[in-house]
Design a protein around this ligand. Structure first.
Ligand code: ADP
Length: 164
């Protein structure tokens, strides 16, 4: 097609955190086009629907003109081929993330030899941050300020009040 370099950043984003947003910002300057892709078929029961998670992502990345929000099911290697992507972006928070990501990266490259994996190290201030930490805090009535983008804070508070 073109020589545009497209990368995919896949995840559950349930919901998007400042740690995710940091990876999105950093990856968006490395590639011509970055697709942030919400995965379907998660085993864990999500708090937000795929559509809600996509809407949160869209709201928090409007200023980033080369970032697109999408969703996919099935194999990442196939989705990457469809999107003409040359790379998958993942974030690493700790050494414990590494083993899993290493295995996935090798499997994905076997399935799609055009696809490389780029692992971005977390920014130190977000090392502890995951969507599950955010959900735990919110469910127990704590403040998620400084954990998630301001633009989605109210939506999280509203949802956890309804459920709690
Ligand atoms: P999580 O519930 O752990 O946030 P996701 O599936 O939504 O899970 O994460 C998507 C990707 O973002 C994964 O590659 C994960 O390692 C990365 N990621 C999540 N949080 C951070 C963070 N705080 N810093 C760096 N990378 C992160």
């Amino acid at each position: 097609m073109s020589n545009m370099r497209t990368a995919i950043y896949p995840g559950s984003f349930d919901p998007v955190t400042l740690g995710h947003l940091d990876i999105i910002r950093r990856a968006s300057v490395m590639f011509d086009r970055l697709i942030v892709a919400v995965m379907h078929n998660q085993n864990k029961k999500p708090m937000f629907s795929v559509e809600e998670r996509m809407e949160f992502l869209r709201r928090t990345t409007v200023e980033l003109s080369n970032v697109e929000i999408a969703s996919f099911g099935g194999l990442l290697a196939d989705y990457a081929r469809q999107q003409d992507a040359c790379a998958v972006v993942k974030g690493l928070r700790a050494v414990s993330d590494f083993e899993y990501e290493f295995q996935m990266a090798l499997a994905n490259r076997k399935l799609n030899p055009q696809l490389d994996t780029v692992l971005l190290m977390t920014s130190a201030e977000y090392m502890y941050l995951s969507s599950s930490v955010v959900k735990d805090i919110a469910v127990h009535g704590g403040s998620v300020a400084g954990f998630v983008p301001d633009r989605i804070m109210q939506d999280i508070v509203r949802r956890t009040r309804k459920e709690g």
